[in-house]
Design a protein around this ligand. Structure first.
Ligand code: ZN
Ligand code: ZN
Ligand code: FE
Length: 760
């Protein structure tokens, strides 16, 4: 009898057309046996001539279906059973639930073709999908992944769809969300008292209203969007006013790649990001100016259609470029339930385009950008979550709760680190609820035993996530210092847990070992042996503590108090408002002031000195403003001094130079550039000195401040010239959205990790 083998394939292998693919591949190789979905992935029994078996496995590993992500294939000889055919078997129950849920996928080309093929039974159907495309995580209610455990369970397949679903050779074989106009959910439009039923009529009317300048709430994959014509300045202004969003840039959806190319600069790597299966918003230098969309910003955030509905809207006459922003107010999470959306968006949207298919969990659009160091995720959500981003070899499960701003959690099961979608800022009730739901959601999905789980959380005693950690029934709590977590997030991504590095965390704020507000920290060490703080920005005081983050002049009052011979900053050219004087009074009296080494607040101080004297209207705004200003300057401006005398980087000469040049009337763009260049040069010089002292050859850059491309690229270039190896975040954000991954890595010793050689 021919030899037989049993293969166990792990990774994203369910709900992505894996079994029909295996079926066709096995038949093409003349092999017999079966394939089935099991708790830990896909199992394949194949028998046939040895060379055919080998080439079958090689082909499987090299060219899996487009949406699949194979983590590993375990392969062993078993007794042949004398099969004569290859078949697809029913799912095997039980087994450890380490099977991965696929992120949501964009509609594929074959489905788009059907969408626009006259006479096709899914012509114009906004819920068209197949095993290569469509919703996944956003409709999953439980595991294993089948229709009864998705939000499609309320719709029964018609005979035609059932035939597609049951045919191993069909593109829709076991596509759980499969549907058609005869049996599936539909869209309708609500405009005041008027309701337009029927997919085509509703979508046509929505497109017409968008073209007429109205603001629409549109139900998407992970929640509702607010949409309007991007080139209709009045519509954009109305949306801003109703959404209480003064200045934060809006994301755009371009009808197609050609339209996107007219909006932003798209080198090949950026285009690859834009068209990748995550279909993120790509933040790139703008090629056009669109009034009101991204005030004071040289970048635009653009995405391409990813749901069939988006393609239909553009085809039915919607404006070629839409503002498409999460339906919420300020930094609340995206609305995803119909009644919730109707209530929350009542005063914002003129009309609602509503789809019947429920959304299991809210999911914002992801945001990516491209720097000289490669692609970076700034917000990780739809299309990425809940993908595994790293192997963390823990003996038991780890739940890491992240930070309070830009919350996201990480769950480590079976050595895989799954990072949740972006959940928002936990000081909002809805975000806090989403955070708790996500903890329940992921731990239930992977059947986590609360007695065994190690819970990692931020060191900050007042964080909502820390307080939530205390309510959990876990026996092991691991507090992790915020900036060490930032550095560790990069090392986790790189699978370099034993690698000794110099880690630089430049950040807004985080709770330090000594209870002060850290944010300009340099560490030496590794994830395995711990990260020792070896240097930091010279401490300043922050009047009003974290509240100073909203008022650049308030932060400035603290940092500038360190300087001698300060001019009157309320006078020209500075024109600081009275808030500055009140904050300076707090500093003088030592009332409600907190020591800080925050690099973020240093940026705020420089921004205030160059004219950003109003309060910010979104997080990080002053620093972003300063970067945009600097990018407008002629290149090669020499930097201001930032001397290093261990363990302190002294910011005083840097700020003194900013003040002197401003008073001398130097153009503010040039001053902003010299500030960036000086900071980069000072940090790089300190890092080179410390790396030499500690015998290190690798520098890690993380923390929210390194989302600043100018600072990141300049610092990295200087370090690379040293020469040192430079690593930064790619898969999780450098901002607090990446904290939970770093926490999980630093909790490994507590989780009884035995680090295998391969990860050192
Ligand atoms: Zn498809
Ligand atoms: Zn049907
Ligand atoms: Fe942070």
């Amino acid at each position: 009898m021919a030899p037989a083998q049993l293969l166990r394939v792990r990774g994203v292998v369910q709900g992505v057309g894996f079994r029909p693919f295996v079926f066709r591949l096995a038949r093409a190789h003349g092999l017999a046996g079966w394939v089935l979905n099991a708790g830990e992935g896909v199992q394949i029994h194949v028998e046939g001539p040895a060379p055919a078996l080998d080439s079958f496995v090689a082909e499987l590993a090299a060219h899996p279906p487009p949406a699949a992500r194979i983590a590993d294939i375990e392969r062993g000889a078993v007794a042949p059973r004398g099969f004569v055919e290859f078949g697809i078997r029913e799912s095997a129950p039980g087994g450890a639930l380490t099977v991965r849920v696929s992120p949501d996928l964009p509609v594929c080309e074959a489905c788009v073709a059907e969408l626009f093929a006259a006479g096709d039974r899914r012509h114009g159907y906004p819920y068209v999908n197949c095993t290569d495309c469509g919703p996944r995580y956003s409709i999953v209610l439980g595991l294993p992944y089948d229709r009864q455990r998705t939000t499609m369970r309320g719709w029964t397949l018609c005979p035609a769809c059932a035939a597609d679903y049951d045919d191993p050779l069909d593109r829709r074989f076991h596509a759980q969300p499969v549907a058609c106009p005869a049996c599936g959910p539909h869209f309708r439009l609500r405009h005041g008292e008027r309701e337009v039923p029927g997919d085509e009529a509703a979508i046509r009317e929505a497109a017409r209203l968008l073209a007429a300048g109205l603001v629409l709430a549109v139900k998407g994959i992970g929640g509702y969007h607010l949409a309007c014509d991007a080139f209709d300045a009045a519509a954009v202004a109305a949306l801003r006013e109703r959404k209480f969003r003064k200045e934060k840039p809006f994301a755009l959806m371009a009808g197609d790649l050609a339209a996107a190319r007219r909006l932003i600069e798209l080198p090949a790597a950026a285009e690859a990001l834009l068209t990748s299966t995550a279909r993120p918003i790509v933040l790139a230098p703008a090629r056009v100016e669109i009034p009101g969309v991204a005030p004071n910003c040289r970048d635009l955030g653009v995405m391409l259609p990813y749901a069939p509905l988006h393609h239909l809207l553009f085809a039915h006459g919607a404006p070629a470029v839409l503002v498409l922003t999460s339906a919420n107010r300020a930094s609340e999470p995206i609305a995803y339930e119909d009644e919730e959306a109707a209530a929350r968006l009542a005063g914002i949207a003129d009309a609602f385009l509503i789809g019947d298919r429920p959304i299991a969990r809210r999911m914002d659009d992801s945001v990516c950008t491209l720097s000289a160091l490669g692609p970076a995720v700034l917000r990780r959500a739809r299309g990425y979550a809940p993908g595994a981003v790293a192997r963390l070899p823990a003996a038991g499960p780890i739940l890491a709760l992240g930070a309070d701003l830009k919350s996201a959690i990480t769950l480590v099961v079976g050595g895989d680190a799954f990072v949740s979608q972006h959940l928002g800022d936990l000081d909002h009730y809805d975000a806090c609820r989403a955070f708790q739901e996500t903890v329940r959601d992921l731990t239930a999905m992977y059947e986590i035993d609360w007695q065994r789980v190690v819970v990692a959380h931020d060191l900050h005693p007042q964080y909502a996530s820390t307080q939530f950690a205390r309510t959990l029934a876990s026996s092991k709590m691991v507090p992790v210092q915020h900036h060490r977590a930032h550095v560790a997030s990069v090392l986790a991504e790189r699978q370099a847990l034993d690698r000794p590095v110099l880690g630089i965390a430049f950040d807004g704020t985080g709770y330090g070992d000594d209870g002060s507000i850290w944010g300009g920290e340099l560490f030496a060490g590794s994830v395995r042996d711990g990260l020792a703080r070896v240097a930091h920005l010279r401490p300043a005081v922050l009047p009003g503590g974290d509240a100073a983050a909203r008022h650049p002049v308030q932060a400035a009052a603290g940092y500038l108090a360190e300087l001698a011979d300060l001019p009157d900053l309320t006078a020209a050219p500075f024109g600081f408002p009275p808030l500055y004087l009140r904050a300076r009074e707090l500093v003088r009296k030592g009332v409600r002031t907190f020591p800080t080494t925050s690099a973020g607040r240093l940026f705020d101080t420089a921004a205030a000195l160059l004219g950003f004297t109003r309060p910010i209207s979104y997080e990080g705004q002053a620093a972003i403003w300063l970067e945009q200003l600097a990018r407008g300057a002629a290149p090669a401006a020499p930097g201001y001094p930032l001397p290093f005398a261990a363990p302190e980087l002294d910011f005083r000469p840097l700020l003194a130079a900013v003040i002197a040049d401003r008073r001398a009337g130097r153009p503010v763009a040039e001053i902003a550039a010299a500030f960036h260049h000086g900071l980069a040069a000072g940090v790089a010089a300190a890092a080179v000195e410390l790396a030499r002292r500690e015998g290190l050859d690798t520098v890690v850059l993380s923390g929210g401040v390194f989302q600043n491309r100018l600072l990141l690229e300049r610092t990295a270039a200087l370090l690379a010239a040293a020469p040192l190896t430079v690593w930064t975040n790619h898969q999780v954000p450098a901002n607090d959205g990446g904290i939970s991954l770093g926490q999980a890595a630093l909790a490994l010793p507590a989780a009884g990790a035995g680090l295998p050689r391969e990860l050192r």
